[in-house]
Design a protein. Structure first.
Length: 190
C-alpha cells in the first residue's frame, strides 16, 4: 500500500496494526479519490482512515493450528495470507459431500467460518483477547461434484468488539462462484 505524502497529514501505526492517517478536512477529498481507502471516520475537526493489517505468519504456522480440528478433518488448508485477506482450499470428496454427491452446504459454511476466524486471529493480540464466531451466512449459488474449492476471505469491518468477513468460494477447476457468505466474529477478553 502506498501513501501520498501531503503537508499537514499525520500518520502512524497503532499497536493493533491499524494504520492511521489524520488530516484536516481540506485534504479529505484528495485522499478519498484513491479507491484503496475505505473506512473513513470523523473525530472532531480531523478525519482519519483505519486500515487493519493481518499479522503475517508462515503458512506452515497457520496450518499447524488446524491439527485435531474440524479443519483438519475436512482438509481445509490455508494457501495465502495477505494484508487484508486469507485464501484457503478445501477438497470436494467423501468428507465434504452431501448424499447427492455434491459439496455439502455445511462444509462451505465451515470453510467460511474457518477463514474468518483465522483472519480475526491474525488481527488480535491473543494474550489479551480471542475471536469466536457469532453468525455465519452462506448463499449457495453453484455446485461442485469433485476436485477442490478455493475460498477468499476479506475483512469488511474490524472493530474493537466485532469483525465482519466476506468470503467467496470458487470451484478451482472453473473459477466459478459456488458460494458467498459472511461471518460475524465477536472479540472476547481473556
Amino acid at each position: 500500500m502506498a501513501f501520498v505524502l501531503i503537508p499537514n497529514v499525520l500518520y502512524g501505526f497503532r499497536s493493533t496494526g491499524c494504520v492511521v492517517i489524520k488530516q484536516k478536512y481540506k485534504y479529505f477529498l484528495r485522499l478519498l479519490a484513491d479507491q484503496s481507502f475505505k473506512g473513513w471516520k470523523h473525530s472532531g475537526s480531523f478525519r482519519y482512515f483505519c486500515y487493519m493489517l493481518l499479522r503475517q505468519i508462515s503458512l506452515d504456522q497457520a496450518n499447524s493450528l488446524n491439527r485435531n480440528t474440524l479443519m483438519e478433518q475436512l482438509g481445509i488448508e490455508c494457501v495465502e495470507i495477505g494484508n487484508d485477506f486469507v485464501v484457503a482450499t478445501m477438497p470436494v470428496d467423501h468428507r465434504t459431500h452431501q448424499p447427492m454427491g455434491l459439496l455439502h452446504g455445511g462444509a462451505s459454511a465451515a470453510l467460511i467460518e474457518s477463514i474468518g476466524s483465522m483472519g480475526s486471529t491474525l488481527l488480535l493480540d491473543l494474550t489479551k483477547e480471542y475471536p469466536v464466531g457469532l453468525e455465519v451466512n452462506a448463499n449457495h449459488v453453484g455446485s461442485v461434484k469433485s476436485g477442490s474449492v478455493k475460498a477468499i476471505g476479506k475483512i469488511v469491518h474490524a472493530g474493537r468488539k466485532t469483525h465482519l468477513w466476506q468470503v467467496d468460494i470458487f470451484d478451482q477447476a472453473t473459477n466459478k462462484l459456488v458460494c458467498t457468505g459472511r461471518l460475524t466474529v465477536m472479540i472476547l477478553q481473556r
